[in-house]
Ligand binder design. Structure first.
Ligand code: F6P
Length: 452
């Protein structure tokens, strides 16, 4: 089986000759620090060899629970936020029909995502939609204390029990959480829900290949064995004994750090030419943003869907401040075939495209954009995937995770913590007078009074 490919030639032309090659020893150090667990954040390296540690037996146990939910539910709500949600959504949306929730073919339950915002209308509309439906809930929270997810779970648990009865609800509520602590664990133990554990040494944003991602993906009807097999092959392809020049995670980590430190490229735009990849970019944004944005450093991870955003952000990318580079994920062969139709009137003058595959037009849009953006001073990195399927998405996930670990260490930060996200939570709890936050509440009220 082929692997996904990385092409950095249109990025290295913005760097002095030999710069990426010059990163080899630093990359080796980073790889060794990961392998020997001597890097900062070394208690969160469970993702590193996760694919090769996954057993058939474990995947069967995830699939069995997924099958129960598939049999019993017409809708399954995945409640989680950040790393406890984005990986599952990324894979499900990339593999699913773009109009899945409208197709309603009853082959697969409708998968909905919640617990990722505090929108009152969102929750009101969700609970209204679920009224009278046979629905299940996968409650995902590593800490078990995340407000967005806990709030949503309270609402859904109550509704599920009211609609199905407490006993039947137990068969369709699954918790994925810490082995011992947190509210999600306590509720699951008390009620007797089926549970899966998020390993202590796997951070949220690296958890898609644990039940956090695997269970919802299996419930949606996708092949988790193929997904894991892709990740396993990429674990081998990016291992530290693979030659630097052939190791795509090492090369990607090095080129993006070189662009950042030596060419002033502070923003990386991940771009796709298939709208199904939108949430892959959202997952990637958290992976890189939470891993690298610290100590007042870090490439800002941004995302665009092309060609859509070429008609909105294209001007800025072509002509705005030259602080950006682009990383394009390109799918070589789409899963469907549509030909450009003939039109007798030819009012739009597009009959010259008649009979061509739509993807050929898309590929020329991609090539034309690459040339234009490179001419405009935007370095271009290209990741190509032979097909959009479970196996190659598994490869892509691990490729990005491995590169992220290396890149964060090259940047000399701890890539595996996220202390910055606590600041808003602390203020929110102080403003809401959460017990235990009395001093913070007083201080924040005084500050607000002064700022009036
Ligand atoms: O799984 P949890 O503990 O609910 O956390 C969800 C997300 O929230 C964060 O902790 C940030 O607030 C992320 O790192 C994590 O992915």
């Amino acid at each position: 089986m082929e692997n996904i490919q990385l092409d950095i030639r249109k990025a290295t032309q913005f760097l002095n000759a030999g710069v990426v090659e010059g990163y080899e020893s630093k990359v080796k150090e980073a790889q060794e620090a990961l392998e020997n667990a001597t890097c900062p954040g070394n208690d969160f390296l469970g993702w590193l060899h996760l694919p090769s540690e996954i057993t058939e037996e474990f995947l069967n146990s995830v699939q069995a629970v997924a099958n129960t939910l598939r049999e019993k539910c017409e809708v399954v709500v995945v409640a989680g936020i950040g790393g406890s949600y984005l990986g599952a959504r990324a894979v499900i949306e990339a593999l699913g029909n773009s109009f899945a929730w409208l197709v309603g073919d009853k082959k697969n339950p409708v998968i909905l995502f919640a617990g990722n915002n505090i929108g009152e209308d969102y929750l009101a509309e969700l609970t209204a939609y679920l009224k009278g439906k046979k629905f299940g809930v996968i409650n995902i929270s590593k800490s078990g204390t995340t407000t967005e997810t806990a709030l949503t779970f309270r609402l859904l648990k109550k509704q599920c029990e009211e609609q199905m009865g407490k006993e039947a609800a137990k068969d369709v509520i699954v918790a994925i959480t810490d082995a011992h602590k947190g509210a999600a664990r306590a509720a699951a133990d008390k009620e007797g829900y089926k549970t899966f554990v998020i390993p202590d040494n796997v951070g949220g944003r690296f958890s898609v290949l644990t039940p956090v991602g695997l269970l919802p993906i299996a419930v949606a009807g996708f092949d988790i064995k193929a997904l894991v097999s892709g990740a396993q092959d990429m674990e081998k392809a990016t291992a530290s004994d693979v030659a630097y020049a052939d190791n795509i995670s090492a090369q990607y980590a090095a080129v993006r750090q070189a662009l950042y430190t030596q060419a002033g490229k502070k923003i990386e735009i991940i771009a796709n030419y298939q709208p199904k990849l939108h949430f892959i970019a959202e997952w990637w944004k958290q992976l890189y943003g939470e891993s690298e944005g610290k100590d007042h450093k870090g490439i800002f991870p941004a995302a665009c869907d092309f060609t859509t955003d070429l008609h909105s952000m294209g001007q800025w990318i072509q002509d705005g401040e030259r602080t950006i580079f682009e990383t394009v994920i390109s799918i070589e062969e789409p899963n469907n075939k549509v030909l450009f139709p003939h039109d007798d009137e030819n009012l739009d003058g597009l009959n010259f495209l008649e009979g061509k595959r739509v993807d050929e037009v898309n590929k020329m849009a991609e090539l034309g954009t690459k040339l234009a953006h490179v001419d405009g001073g935007v370095p271009n990195i290209r990741i190509s995937m032979p097909k959009l399927n479970e196996y190659y998405i598994g490869q892509l996930i691990y490729f990005f995770e491995k590169a992220c670990g290396i890149s964060g260490l090259l940047e000399e930060v701890n890539p595996f913590n996220q202390p910055g996200v606590e600041a808003y939570k602390k203020n929110m709890f102080a403003l809401l007078n959460k017990p235990g936050y009395e001093a913070d509440s007083k201080a924040i009220q005084e500050r607000l009074a002064k700022e009036k």
